[in-house]
Design a protein around this ligand. Sequence first.
Ligand SMILES: Nc1ncnc2c1ncn2[C@@H]1O[C@H](COP(=O)(O)OP(=O)(O)OP(=O)(O)O)[C@@H](O)[C@H]1O
Ligand SMILES: [Mg+2]
Length: 532
Amino acid sequence: MKTKQKTKRSDKRKGDKHQGLSGEDLAAYLDVKRKKAPEGYIEVESYPLKPPFSYAFITQNEDTAEFLYIVDELPLTQEEKEAYAKMKNILENELRAPEEEESLIQAFHRQLPEIMANHRKILREISPIGTKKITYYLERDIAGFAKIDSLMFDPHVEDISCSGVNKPIFLWHRNYENIKTNVYFRNDEELEDFAMKIVHKAGKHVSIAFPIVDVTLPDKHRLAVSYGREVTPAGTSFTIRKFRKDPFTVIDLIKNETINESIAAYLWLLMEHKMSLIIIGATGAGKTTSLNAIACLIRPTHKIISVEEVAEINLPHENWVSTISRSGFGIENEGEIPLFGLIKSAVRHRPDLIIVGEIRGDEAYVLFQALATGHGGLCTLHAEKVETAVKRLTQPPMNIPPGIISLMNCAIVVKHVRPPIFDQTGTRLSSRKFIQVSEIKNASTIRGIFTWDPSSDTFQEELSKSFLLKDIAKNLNVSHERLMRELEHRRKVLLWLTERNIRDYRSLHNYLSKYYRSSPSEYEKLSEKLSR
Ligand SMILES: Nc1ncnc2c1ncn2[C@@H]1O[C@H](COP(=O)(O)OP(=O)(O)OP(=O)(O)O)[C@@H](O)[C@H]1O
Ligand SMILES: [Mg+2]
C-alpha cells in the first residue's frame, strides 16, 4: 500500500465553526491541546467530527503502512474532570425520561440548564470554555454513545465494531476500509455497562441469560451484541451498522456507478410489473442499501408490506406497512412472532409487493408461496453468486422445490470491488457494483442480462436474452420493440434526473408518480421533454 501524503492538520481546524466558541483563545487552546501522531506514525489527515470538541485524526505507521484512526477529543483538566464527575452523578439522578416524541438528546438539553443552575456551585471555578467541554462530555456519556460517540458522527464510517475487552475498536471507513482506532474498553465492567446501556436505548434487554441481541437503535442504526463471556470468550462484542439519515436512492447508485441508467430502467420496468427480485451478496456488500434503492422504483400507489428482523427498510411510499419479527420468552419461546408468521399474515393484507429484509430459514418457503399467488417480492440473501444462492434456496432449511425457483424472476449480485482506479495519492479506490443482473428461467438456466466487466469498469448488456421483457410485452399486449422504446424512455428520464441531481427520496418519488400518472403516449412526450 502506498504511503499517504502528509497534510497540514491545523489549517483545516482553523477554518471550522466553533459552535459559538470561536475566538483567539479557543484557537490557541486547540493548538496547544491537540494530539500528536504516535511514535513511528505520520499524520495523514484530520477532519471535524463534533467541532471544536472532537476530530478524526488519521495516521499511518511508517513501517507497516497500517492506518490508525485517532479520536482526538479536547481533554478535561483535573479540575474540570472533578466537576464533570459530580455533574454526571447529579444528572443520572435528576434527569427525567424523555417526553413523548422527544429524543434522549432533546430531553437532555431541555433539562440541563435548570439542573446546572441548581448546582451552579460545582461549576463556579470553571471557565466558560471548560463548562462547554464538560457539557460536551456529559451529553456524550449520558445521552450519546459514550466512548464511541464521536465515531457515530463520522459520515465516512459504515460499521463500528468491538471484538472484546482491551481490543481496539475497528471501523469500516469509506476511504481506509478496515481501520483500527485508539478507542478501547479497558475492562469487562466498562464494556458490559456500555453494551447494556445501548441495548436499553433500543428498548430491549441483554443479559447472561439472553446474551445475543439484534436491535434497531433510536436513529435506526443496527446493533448486534454478544454479551458477556458466555458465547464470546474474549468478552462482550458488538457491531453497529450506521444508518444513513439520507438513504441512497437509485439515482445515487447511478451517480456512484454501482449501476448505470440502463440497469435502473430495466429494474424499474420489472418493479412496475410486480416481478420478484432477490439481491445476493456477502456481508456488508450493500444488499439492504440496494434493496431500499430499488424499492424507490415501485409504483407509488402499490401496497407494500415489509418484513424484517431489524428495521432497516425505509420507503417513501404512503401505502407501506413495516413489520418487525419478535423473539419469544422462556424455554417455550412464548410470544415469538417469527418472519414466516409475518409473511403469512402479510399475504392476508393484500399487498402488491412483499419485501423481506433477509431470508435465511423457513420464511423463504412462505415467501415463495406468496410469489406463487401473484404477489411481487423483493428480498436479500447472503451468498456470493446466483448459483450458490439457488443451492441455498433449494437446500435445508429453506427447502424451496427446484421446480418453483423461477418464481424469483431476477437475481442481482452486489459486490464490494476494487477496480483499477486510483486517487491522487495512489490509493486504489473501492466501490460497490451490481456485478451481475440475471433472469432465472429455472434452477439450472440463469441468464446474465447485465454483467460488470472489471477490466473496463463497464456494464455489458444483453437485453436480447431477456425473457422477462418478452413476458411483460406479451402481458401488456404490445410489441417487443414498443417495450424496448419504453425502456429507452425510462433510461433517459433516469439520466435526466441524475444530471440534475434530483436524488432524494421525496423528489424522486414525486417524479416517478408524475411519470406513472401519464398515459403511455404521454410517457414518450414526457421523456422526450425531460431528455431535451
Ligand atoms: N452502492 C453503494 N455505494 C456506496 N456505499 C454503499 C453502497 N451500498 C452500500 N453501501 C454502504 O455499505 C454499508 C453496508 O451496506 P448494507 O447494509 O446495504 O450491506 P448488506 O449487504 O445489507 O450487509 P449485511 O450482510 O451486514 O446485512 C453501508 O454503510 C452502506 O451505506
Ligand atoms: Mg443487510
